[in-house]
Ligand binder design. Structure first.
Ligand code: URA
Length: 249
């Protein structure tokens, strides 16, 4: 066992013993609250003694390691044109994980998801159901590098990036996933159906309830037709999360 792994094991034993010893309903260690009877120590151990970077193992990666893997990824041609990778950001664990298609020009420049016009519009959607990015919301994309001229990501590019997203979803542990647009819906739900056929009901991705709606960029292009169905979909998200929207229609 390497030095880092030994340190992590020692920490696990000492913390476990400490939590067993104290006679309190909960203990706060490094800003995280633990219930001694139910403690899962992995989060705090990752904070106090981060695991060594293993750039080959997506399955064992935490978010920090996963992001480092994405930043050095050359698995498909999209890495050639990127300025920055756009890993995703927000709350962990999340109430909602919003998943779009892939970075556009502004996201590629900033390294952050949904910061352009579509992103500003997405913020208003979240606000309409009393949510906010970073406050219970995590935002990511199917591909983490910008496709040239904002074309759709191709099948091999989607497939190359999917293991990162799959692990990211496991780590973000959302209560619900909101898929924006055809690409996100088709890739995650492994279907050829369009948004019109997929929206209006709950799906499941790896057991997580999943709602499909139109992409904000599409709604900006076709507001009169798409605004109403998006609002219905957002109400479905709010209903699942138990968010009271009052008497709005
Ligand atoms: N469109 C997307 O699908 N994702 C982004 O991050 C920005 C625009």
């Amino acid at each position: 066992m390497g030095k880092d792994s030994m340190k992590r094991e020692e920490l696990r034993e000492s913390l476990g013993a400490y939590l067993d010893l104290i006679d309190e309903a909960e203990a706060v260690i490094a800003s995280t609250t633990y219930q001694p009877k139910e403690h899962d120590l992995s989060t705090i151990i990752d904070v106090l003694a981060p695991p060594p970077l293993d750039l080959d193992s997506i399955e064992g990666a935490n978010l920090r390691v996963l992001q480092a893997m994405v930043e050095s990824c050359t698995k498909c041609r999209l890495y050639e044109g990127r300025t920055m990778t756009v890993f995703g950001e927000g709350s962990v664990p999340a109430r909602v994980m919003v998943i779009g298609e892939g970075p556009g020009a502004e996201e590629d420049r900033s390294g952050r998801p949904f910061v352009g016009r579509a992103g500003e519009y997405l913020d208003t959607w979240l606000k309409s159901i009393h949510l906010e990015r970073g406050k219970g919301v995590y935002i990511a994309n199917i591909v983490k590098c910008r496709p040239p001229n904002n074309r759709d990501p191709q099948n091999d590019e989607r497939a190359a990036c999917m293991p990162y997203l799959k692990r990211q979803i496991q780590l973000v542990k959302p209560q619900l996933i909101l898929l924006l647009g055809r690409t996100a819906a088709q890739v995650l739900l492994e279907t050829d159906e369009g948004v019109g056929a997929l929206r209006g009901r709950y799906h499941r991705y790896e057991g997580i309830p999943t709602v499909v709606t139109y992409h904000p960029a599409a709604v900006l292009r076709n507001t009169d037709t798409l605004r109403r169905p998006v609002w219905e979909d957002l109400k479905r998200v709010a209903a699942f999360l138990g968010i009271d929207l009052g008497r709005r229609s």
